[in-house]
Design a protein around this ligand. Structure first.
Ligand code: PEP
Ligand code: MG
Length: 757
């Protein structure tokens, strides 16, 4: 049954819409379990379970039979949230008879709940005429099936909320949930960003000129046909007859009259060649995948491969440049830093990514740019939402496509209010960050893009606590040379002079990949990342350090920070390499001051050795983003566990406090440069813990300053002690909420206007 399970899931994954998904499930499950009936019931908005698809019962009953939770056997499965397996269904007290289904003949009943994100969204049922108990293996199969399909059904349901793209009726508002990635609200028009040659990520676009589109398509087809033929000729002597025939079959498939014909029919319905092609290919892939002959089933991947080749040619030769509107909302499956960089300056208003979570690096980048962002919008049918009006609510993690006028007005009010708050805060730019009882704390910024410097200085930043050097590396197609790096670093150092600039050595791996230096690992966050990569490649490390040191000549405001240190020898080797680079430069006659060298505290081992690390370095800086993920064992990039990623978890808070004490015990300053520092509530706690510097996205700086200026260190200290004694995150939130309400600061914490939706 395992093989069938895989092939059913595969088939369902390629289905186009909810009815197709359900149709595949009922027919294939019925077939695999050799039973008489398979049906799916789904929960509607009124929380009734409606028969949505069946293979075996009367099809007229579809959409008509509805049961509430607890009603009938289906309702019982939903209420109990576990399988119900009966050999004499009619004898069960919950049995309810619906004449329109014709189910009186079926005695055996096995129903399992379909659960998505902890909610029962439906029930999957198999039935059989003869009284029979479905055995344990069958029950386990159905449970596995349901668990695997729940996400696909949820996704298809959400997609179905949109109007069919081929219909003439206008689009209707639809809401999708994700997690808040960067605060703020954006209203704009979508542009789909997709990786090249990915058949499942092609945005639905219409074509303006049908005849021109047909010509364009035929040319691409001819080009791939010629390439495949050429490949076939080259391999002619090396492959056997059957394989040679396979090549000929491919060339045949690329015939104008074969796949090409189907695509042209769709282009004639005004659909772009790229979308039409991907649609046709995916349909054929599904057909091949559902074939019972294993040889033919295998051919699905050949069709897919061929499809990808033609798509790549179509995309390469498509001269029409993507138009980025004034208020671009960039949407896509997995957005990357370079995709953001493609949007012309000033046009990027909002971001929505199907994958990732609030601590993915794209979200961090978005926060530093002040772009409202929603991450992990898993049900967003992004390919069908190109060039549509969209609202991105980066406070609540919600997204609305084709919003109604009322909703637009509602959100426009929030945008206006936000603007007002920013203007009010601007007056604080040159004020010190000082509590009411005279305690001063420095607010620095995290940077990475050249544009960050301007915004940071406008907001009154007193230094850079984290310059993420990997960002300029990510925006290129090869490692930058020493001189190229020197110029980029010099710009940062000069922009902030005389303030200090903390440059972190290259921190790649995890979810930060360089396009020209791919690292593929099973467990990337526990693998080759940060200092581990650069110590294994001293040539990269030395060039970078030399570039930093040379850039600081005459300015002397550089600090070097080492990421992902998990053991003392890593620090010692890095220090030794830095000294080597320094001595080389001095020997070359350059007058450079040796910069302070600091250690990032990002992993539990560094927390426990903070004292030793502080003793051997010049400063510590906590990376709370990684520290949270490693203390809680929650992948910061995984949407499924995004709810468990909590920097206010008591274990994280206690680690943060211990690290400050360890650093100060060695007389060394300590800063924090994770996202937590930019949260006004956390900032108060961190200040009270004793952090010397808080480093954050420039967009949060004035908000944090305004909160700190309104409290006393004594009160913050008392609050911190109270919070550190609490047992769970919920009580931490509640205590902080109350404290902020008491001093009238809750306005700084939450989105401005409550939304009752
Ligand atoms: C951190 O981990 O908190 C940090 C600042 O580094 P990054 O987010 O770039 O991994
Ligand atoms: Mg980190």
């Amino acid at each position: 049954m395992l093989g069938s399970l895989r092939s059913i899931v595969q088939e369902v994954n390629s289905a186009r819409d909810l009815p197709a998904v359900l149709r595949i499930i009922v027919t294939r499950v019925k077939q695999t379990m050799t039973t008489d009936v398979c049906s799916v019931y789904l929960r509607n908005v009124k929380k009734e379970f409606v028969l949505m698809a069946t293979d075996g019962l009367n099809v007229e009953a579809v959409g008509r039979v509805m049961l509430t939770k607890g009603q009938g056997l289906v309702g019982l499965v939903a209420a109990r949230e576990e399988p119900v397996n009966l050999d004499q269904a009619e004898a069960h007290p919950n049995f309810e008879y619906f004449p329109e289904t014709g189910e009186e003949r079926y005695s055996a009943f096995l129903g399992v709940p379909i659960i998505h994100q902890r909610k029962v969204m439906g029930v999957l049922v198999v039935q059989q005429v003869k009284g029979r108990t479905f055995d344990e293996g069958e029950e386990a199969f159905l449970v596995t099936m349901s668990a695997q399909l729940s996400g696909v059904i949820a996704h298809a349901e959400a997609t179905g909320a949109l109007v069919d793209i081929h219909s003439d009726a206008g689009p209707t508002e639809a809401k999708f949930m994700g997690v808040a990635g960067a605060p703020g609200v954006a209203i704009g028009r979508t542009v789909v960003a997709a990786p090249p040659a990915d058949l499942r990520a092609v945005p639905y676009r219409r074509c303006d000129d049908i005849e021109q589109e047909v010509v364009f398509f035929l040319e691409a087809l001819a080009q791939v046909r010629a390439n495949v033929r050429l490949l076939g000729d080259e391999l002619a002597n090396r492959v056997n007859k059957e394989e040679r025939q396979l090549f000929d079959a491919y060339v045949g498939m690329l015939d104008d009259a074969s796949l090409g014909g189907e695509v042209m029919d769709r282009i004639r319905q005004n659909i772009s060649a790229e979308y039409a092609w991907s649609e046709v290919i995916l349909e054929h892939v599904t057909n091949f995948q559902s074939m019972s002959d294993p040889y033919l089933r295998e051919r699905a991947s050949d069709v897919q491969d061929l499809g990808g080749r033609v798509l790549a040619v179509l995309q390469q030769s498509n001269q029409k440049k993507i138009v980025f509107p004034e208020n671009t909302i960039l949407i896509g499956e997995e957005l990357t830093a370079s995709m953001l960089a493609e949007v012309p300056a000033g046009r990027l208003a909002g971001i929505v990514s199907v994958r990732g979570s609030s601590n993915s690096h794209v979200a961090i980048l978005a926060r530093s740019m002040g772009i409202p962002t929603v991450m992990g919008a898993v049900d967003l049918p992004f390919t069908k939402l190109d060039s549509r009006e969209m609202i991105v609510d980066g406070y609540h993690g919600s997204v609305y496509s084709d919003p109604s006028r009322n909703l637009l007005l509602h959100y426009q009010d929030i945008v206006d209010e936000d603007l007002q708050v920013v203007r009010t805060l601007e007056s604080l730019k040159d004020e010190p960050c000082e509590t009411t009882d005279g305690h001063l704390i420095e607010l620095w910024v995290n940077t990475g893009l050249a544009a960050d410097a301007v915004l940071s200085l406008e907001r009154g930043a007193e230094g850079v606590g984290l310059y993420r050097t990997e960002i300029p590396f990510m925006l290129r197609d090869r490692f930058p040379s020493e001189e190229e790096q020197r110029q980029v670093y010099r710009e940062q150092l000069a922009a902030f002079f005389p303030h200090p600039v903390t440059m972190r050595t290259l921190d790649i791996g995890g979810d930060k990949a360089l396009p020209y230096f791919p690292i593929e690992e099973e467990n990337p966050f526990l693998g080759w990342r940060g200092i581990r990569v650069t110590l294994d490649h001293p040539e990269i490390f030395l060039v970078q350090v030399r570039a930093m040191l040379r850039a600081s000549e005459g300015l002397d405001n550089l600090r070097i920070l080492l990421p992902m240190i998990s053991a003392i020898p890593e620090l010692e080797i890095a220090q030794m390499l830095i000294m080597r680079a320094y001595e080389e430069l001095v020997a070359e006659g350059r007058k450079i001051a040796l910069p302070p060298i600091g250690v990032m505290i990002e992993v539990p081992s560094a927390v426990y050795q903070a004292r030793e690390l502080a003793a051997r370095s010049d400063f510590l800086s906590v990376g709370s983003n990684d520290l949270t993920q490693y203390i809680l064992a929650v992948d910061r990039n995984n949407t499924r566990v995004a709810d468990l990623y909590r920097s206010f978890h008591p274990a994280v808070l206690r680690a943060l406090k211990d690290v400050v004490d360890a650093s100060h015990s060695q007389g060394k300053p300590i800063s924090i440069c994770g996202e937590l520092a930019g949260d006004p509530t956390a900032a108060l706690l961190l200040m009270a813990m004793g952090y010397d510097v808080l480093s954050m996205s420039a967009t949060n700086l004035l908000k944090v300053k305004s909160v700190i200026r309104r409290v006393s260190l004594i009160d913050a200290h008392e609050l911190m002690l109270e919070v550190l004694a609490l047992p769970d995150t919920e009580s931490v939130y509640a205590t902080l909420d109350d404290a902020f309400k008491e001093v009238g600061l809750s306005r700084m914490l939450k989105p401005i206007v409550p939304i009752n939706r």
